[in-house]
Design a protein around this ligand. Structure first.
Ligand SMILES: O=C(O)CCC(=O)C(=O)O
Length: 252
């Protein structure tokens, strides 16, 4: 569980690093599943945005009671897992992630998600750890983004550089097995990996079921923003019940 100080940090900073550490066996299992996925799908070398569509076995890591307890402290007792992804960032050239707010991409209304970012390797400034602008989630608004045509990136929406001061960025340095939890409005990004060590990170995205995963909006967003069509996204009820009465779950 998060201490009350840690839960308050999340509200204040937009992210928190709990005491939790995933054990080595589970980490090795994640690495093996990911290596097997890359054998089948080499196109996911840097980034796989829909992990569960290609390897459902990853879901059990998001079923961890410890993780769900922490997420529940932050977004309430009714929780849906709506996405897992893998930012693999291999050694010697893994791609950068442009500065962005996650909410820019997601068809969830009201917009709400707590992302659990699990370090599969040690994450450091040298291998392109995540960087956050502390407290940038506070006004709970999306800032201007534009589409980037760059090819050395994992995501295609980039935050307007005048919307923040990059010199204020905080490095998310984590040991393998540690994780952070971050808010949907938090400004974040990461550099390319020019080191000789991989920087694999797995995300688990949880929304409160007081929000709707809006499949019509997903279709419209994919057309206007040229992002992946998420209208057939698999969404799983993890705890509690659907408070909107309109969410479509795989397991209901
Ligand atoms: O791992 C990265 O470099 C980017 C991760 C990210 O943008 C996210 O988890 O929302």
């Amino acid at each position: 569980m998060l201490s009350s100080d840690q839960a308050a940090r999340y509200q204040e900073d937009g992210y928190v690093i709990p005491d939790f550490r995933l054990d080595t066996d589970a980490l090795e299992e994640i690495k093996a599943l990911h290596a097997a996925l890359l054998e089948r799908h080499p196109e996911f070398r840097d980034y796989c945005s829909a992990l569960l569509d290609y390897e459902p076995a990853f879901r059990k890591f998001a079923e961890s009671p410890e993780i769900l307890d922490m997420v529940g402290q932050l977004i309430g007792p009714d929780i849906a897992l709506w996405n897992m992804s893998f930012f693999a960032k291999p050694a010697h050239g893994g791609k950068r992630t442009p500065w962005h707010q996650d909410g820019e991409y997601w068809p969830i209304r009201p917009l709400a998600t707590c992302t659990v970012w699990l370090a599969v390797d040690d994450a450091t400034p040298e291998n392109g750890c995540l960087k956050f602008i502390r407290g940038s989630h506070k006004d709970q608004r999306l800032k201007a983004h534009s589409r980037t045509e760059a090819t050395d990136v994992t995501l295609n929406q980039e935050l307007d550089p005048t919307a923040f001061d990059e010199s204020e960025a905080v490095d998310l340095v984590l040991k393998a097995g540690q994780l952070s939890l971050h808010d949907v409005y938090l400004l974040h990004g990461s550099e390319a990996n020019h080191s000789d060590k991989p920087r694999r990170g797995m995300t688990m995205r949880f929304m409160p079921t007081t929000s709707l995963f809006d499949r019509e909006l997903a279709k419209r967003k994919s057309e206007t923003q040229k992002i992946r069509d998420q209208s057939r996204q698999k969404v799983f009820l993890m705890r509690g019940e659907d408070r909107t009465g309109r969410n479509l779950f795989e397991n209901a």
